[in-house]
Ligand binder design. Structure first.
Ligand code: GSH
Length: 202
């Protein structure tokens, strides 16, 4: 069966679309409108008990939620975009987990507090400062290697959907030239462009 991806056009929701397009496999896409609260409906909570997008029912009918787990499942199944070399594979997993635990929540909060009508300077400064720290970590890595695990992998896909939005979080990208080079290179990939064309709601 085709994998069924439940998602929406946000950074977390775009990651598995990019991988599916990179793999070039057919898939069904179910739009979960998070603006309307569809992610909290019982039928969706049966797939993802966390009530957030994305989630997937895979080719074998297995259910997987959390974007990093979805990327890992698809990459493992298809033997692509997850390096074989042990150190590079661990690097890919480390940067994938880093993204889900670091830039995702931090930049999400930075974006939230910057766009709230009521401005809370402490919250804006705290999440922007932590965001800059995370960009600095990424920049140091990308000064050494073209992609996070050496070769292009699911780690890049996960990080890219967030890090490309730096200016929206008040990040001055002039300070991160290697990161900008990496953002631009990934943006040119046809699969990434196809994935971005599947935009809706975010
Ligand atoms: N750690 C989760 C985060 C998922 C997440 O935060 N998704 C957001 C959209 S980017 C969402 O569903 N928000 C709706 C809500 O919070 O109710 C993952 O990586 O899958």
């Amino acid at each position: 069966m085709k994998p069924i991806l439940y998602t929406w056009g946000t950074p977390n929701g775009q990651k598995p679309i990019i991988l599916l397009e990179e793999l070039g496999i057919p898939y069904d896409l179910v739009r979960i409108d998070i603006g309307k609260g569809e992610q909290k409906r019982p039928e969706y909570l049966a797939i993802n008990p966390n009530g957030r997008i994305p989630a997937m029912v895979d080719e074998e009918g297995l259910t997987v939620w959390e974007s990093g787990a979805i990327l890992f499942r698809l990459a493992s199944q298809h033997g692509r975009f997850l390096p074989v070399d042990p150190q590079a594979r661990l690097d890919a997993l480390a940067w994938l987990f880093w993204q889900v635990g670091g830039p995702g929540p931090t930049l999400g909060q930075a974006f939230h507090f910057r766009n709230r009508e009521e401005k809370l300077p402490y919250a804006i400064e705290r999440f922007t400062a932590e965001g800059i720290r995370l960009y600095t970590v990424l920049e140091a890595r990308l000064a050494e290697v073209p992609y996070l695990a050496g070769e292009y992998s699911i780690a890049d896909m996960a990080c890219w959907t967030w890090m490309r939005n730096g200016p929206k979080m008040g990040i001055d990208m002039a300070a991160f030239p290697h990161t900008q080079r990496w953002i631009d290179a990934i943006a040119l990939r046809p699969a990434v462009q196809r994935a971005l064309a599947v935009t809706f709601g975010g």
